[in-house]
Design a binder for this molecule. Sequence first.
Ligand code: CU
Length: 343
Amino acid sequence: MNKKLSRRAFMKGGTLSLLGVLGIASSRHSSGAANTAPPHQAGHSGHDVMPGTVGEVDHEKNGFNPSDILTDFDYGKVSTLENGQTLREYFIAAYNRTIEVVPGIEYPAWTYNGRIPGPTIRCTEGDRVRIHFSNGSAHGHTIHFHGIHSAEMDGVPGAGPGVIEPGETFTYEFDAEPFGLHLYHCHAFPLARHIAKGLYGAFIIDPKEGRPPVDRELVMVMNGFDVDFDDQNDFYAANTIPFHYDKHPIRIKVGETIRLYLVNILEFDLINSFHLHANFFNYYSTGTSLVPSEYTDIIMQTQAQRGILEFSYKYPGLYMFHAHNTEFAELGWTGNFEVVEEM
Ligand SMILES: [Cu+2]
């Protein structure tokens, strides 16, 4: 079956309308199946309605809230080694957790520390990074960090400790380099399934001298969920919950300087993208240079690609950001900045 057909068929007649709790409004662009709105949309023209979901997931039960994940940086437990090097220790456990992805649809996820994405690991170039990993899940997992390190610390099957089996622990350790925006994820096989289930997170290495100061720093990990396990995503998001920042806009002030760490970990689809409305941003691809690689209003990233966006808003108002793969946007990967004169 063709990818789009099956995905739309799912929206039209699958779990969503059977559950009857979720409203995906018909899109203004699509034709065919997507225009067949769920029953509760009957009588609505659909042409002036943004796609979305009805209601709210239970963030407390999920154990994390995408609004908090934006600014939740884990700097680890800090101490100093005999050689004067800063040691940062992190504690990461893999365990299974049921996540309510959209209201009424639960997904049996695999998580690092009970959240998706896992903790945003943050350190400074040259720090010693020590990751105490324990596997409390029913499957073997690893943590594969992007960055420069020995083969033994690469977190892949067949190297060093290989796959860490349920109940086992391993300590990954390396020096933080190069500075930039990176990521980590499980590298057990089948890889697509281990990633799609939720085992990933952002990994920031700040330059020794730091980046120029900004008013606010945010993290978004672009992801998606294949809730019917057909190796195709049914929902898309930044920081896991579809439409979250649409319902809960990110408030910023006019003129405030924003630095956004953006990682794409989306499984099953080749490309993801980020488009900012009514504005342009400086883009630092992989964050490995302090000189922007581009000044634009859209970037695209394949899986594991990442970069840093810097911008500020000139005028107050509500401004969208979303994947410019519009199908992804209509299936959840869209949000808003609410730009105000005064907080
Ligand atoms: Cu895994």
